[in-house]
Design a protein around this ligand. Structure first.
Ligand SMILES: NC(=O)c1ccc[n+]([C@@H]2O[C@H](COP(=O)([O-])OP(=O)(O)OC[C@H]3O[C@@H](n4cnc5c(N)ncnc54)[C@H](O)[C@@H]3O)[C@@H](O)[C@H]2O)c1
Length: 246
């Protein structure tokens, strides 16, 4: 960013789950660059601490397992103490397990994917809404996937969870609109992060002919967190290089 570029989220206090690497780290970097105070909340303490240090005093790392309601309570409390009331949440943490098929998933494997990718978002929204209501509004961004509009082969539980994220987003947006809390979903296509690094993906399935870069998704998250998106709620924002077009 140039030194004179506008700070589009100045004064916002944002929590980014799964913020230690991949797209979450890109969201944290870009929001901080644009004036937000960011909490990087992740299971991975060492990568999270390194990023928070790199970003300086407007960043804080907090340990969080998104599936644990008590850890959510302490993230809300510690953010309040350190920066103030949370007014933006990016529910980005997610997992993708190999060989995730209807016929082979054990109940434990299925529940694990649903727990992180779906229940984690429910818990996150529930944890931050009381503060947002008190302070007169906020923005929640839930990360779904193109697996939330089509099905991915061998990603049975993942596909189920990512469709659910869109439904939760719309239901929450409707419930919270009168409190000026906007809730939107981002549906990325294939993006170069550690999550897909070892997968054998066909780049020609994306009409633009390449995978996305995390910062390209971060610019959409930045917009949705910012007041520029003040009339946008309950919407699916597909950003996939055309993957879902054919
Ligand atoms: N990479 C892609 O192509 C792609 C495409 C569409 C959607 N997505 C979604 O985007 C989001 C980010 O994906 P990514 O590619 O950056 O993934 P990644 O694997 O690179 O990073 C995920 C981060 O989430 C953290 N995490 C995992 N489980 C957690 C938990 N229980 N509590 C807290 N943190 C946890 C990990 O430690 C890691 O830092 C995910 O929701 C993913 O499903 C990814």
């Amino acid at each position: 960013m140039t030194q004179n570029a506008a700070k589009r989220v100045d004064g916002k206090i944002a929590v980014i789950t799964g913020g230690a690497q991949g797209m979450g780290a890109a969201h944290a970097r870009l929001l901080a660059e644009h004036g937000a105070q960011v909490v990087i909340a992740d299971l991975d303490d060492s990568a999270g601490e390194v990023l928070a240090k790199e970003l300086g005093p407007d960043a804080l790392f907090l340990h969080l397992d998104v599936t644990d309601p008590d850890q959510w309570k302490s993230v809300v409390r510690e953010t309040q103490t350190h920066f103030g009331t949370i007014n933006a949440l990016i529910n980005n943490a997610g997992i993708l397990l190999p060989n995730d098929t209807l016929e082979t998933d054990t109940l434990a494997q299925y529940r694990k994917v649903i727990d992180v990718n779906q229940v984690g978002i429910f818990l996150g929204m529930q944890a931050v809404v009381p503060g947002m209501k008190q302070t007169g509004g906020g923005s929640i961004v839930n990360i779904s996937s193109t697996a939330g509009v089509v099905a991915f082969l061998d990603n049975f539980a993942y596909t189920a969870a990512k469709w659910a994220v869109r439904g939760m987003t719309k239901a929450a947006a409707l419930e919270l609109a009168s409190h000026k809390i906007r809730v939107n979903a981002i549906l990325p296509g294939e993006v170069n992060t550690p999550m897909i690094a070892d997968l054998d993906l066909d780049v020609t399935a994306t009409p633009l002919g390449r995978f996305g870069n995390p910062v390209e998704i971060a610019y959409l998250a930045l917009y949705l967190v910012s007041d520029e998106a003040s009339y946008t709620t309950g919407a699916d924002h597909v950003i996939d290089g055309g993957y879902t077009l054919p």
